[in-house]
Design a protein around this ligand. Sequence first.
Ligand code: V55
Ligand code: FE
Length: 489
Amino acid sequence: MGAYPQTMYFVGLNEPVGQEVSLKGLTVEGTLPPEVRGSFYRAVPDPAFPPKFENDHTLSGDGMVSRLSFNADGTADYAIRFVETARYLAEQAAGEARFGRYRNPFTDDADMAGVDRTVANTTPVWHAGRLLMTKEDGRPYRVDPKTLDTLGSYDFGGALKSETMTAHVRIDPATKELFFYGYEADGLASKTVSYCVVGPDGALKSEQWFDAPYCAMMHDFTISENYALFPIYPTTADLERLKAGGEHWHHEPELDSWLGVMPRYGDVSELRWFKGPKGVHSYHMMNAWEDETGLLHFDACLNSTNAFAFIREPSGIHIQPWEMQGALTRWTVDPKADGGEVQESVIGPPGDFPVIPAASQGRPYTHGWMLTMNPELQGPPLAGGPVGAMFNLLLRLDMRGGPPQALALPPMAGFNEPVHVPATDPAHEGWLVTIVDQQIGDNAFLHQAWVLDAANIAAGPVAKVTIPHRLRPQVHGWWVPQAQLDSAA
Ligand code: V55
Ligand code: FE
């Protein structure tokens, strides 16, 4: 068995850990707000075996599901386990990697043909009492929220036809419906997109398919009170390239971006396409909402190109990370118009991992949080994650135009994406929980969960839990209040 490549995707904070642990009764320092009772689930890619190809990267890592629970007695428990996907089990049986390049089954061992190769490594999604570990290239795996046991691939009780489900879903705060889509819904590099609505009881109520303008990496989408919005950015797949053993994605700077808009309970024939600028890309959207005049606003962490070097480089885009331009960017359209162009305005800083309260989903909103790089940092950032550097500044943005609030980390420290925990009093903005990684020596790290007052992040954590185990960077997380865990049990 070979060793892990000594590239940035496998060293330092990104070094594979591969251990399943369960740690109980961890000390919570400070004052834990009573509302922070429940579990913070995280998706963590961690390759169980050295990859078949040296140039492999973070997004191929086997999904681990992690749970940090805040207990009634004021302590915390931490656990992490592999999601036992068909791929994980096949590789465990062989004692080595059997699957090849990221999203290219033509590079797998021949006898793995037909084995589900998704890795469930992107977002833990909680809906209707079920916890799903998602990855945009396949169907999710359901896991037990308490034991983290893998319960198997999940297809909504046999109802789902799409071969894929996104890792970025949206839940309407009023109806509790789950909205999602899947791209490459009927096969590799296809333009077919599925659009699904799931009732508050977890039953798949509707699945429709439409064609995107081209096969794009559709990582996230949004809903508003009345519309579903599908952004298309020109990071594209090509079947011939895959057959030749190439990369799944190339970024194409000369191609247009698009925003597809349809009534969210409408028919896909009502989809209208609005053209955006060429060559831009966004992984995550903060929100979408309708104003009193009926205009539709779509707020995304937009970049001038794809943020991942392992996508840019094979595309022939050779720029340094700091040459990338980005901003929280609003695209405004008239959803009643028959297409046209988006109206673009800059509404915030560069960065990613936007967070809003679940209650603001799809509605006019007053504030949100996101991560960015501190331009005033006096020292190196923490190396890690798929981009190579961890974000080190947490921002609270006032969407009505007030000044932002910030919480900065020292050099060699980074934030993972926070989750928002609502407060009981609607006048209180609630709490954020986030894992903070700090490098404290040669290949030595301090990992802590910080609990922050969402309205006053600049004050620093009100409570902290040190996790005495090596952690890798998470992709996304999800907060599940204890009452929901109890009623699902
Ligand atoms: C992303 C993450 C993925 C993926 C595609 O962060 C895009 C963006 C963790 O897996 O497969
Ligand atoms: Fe994401």
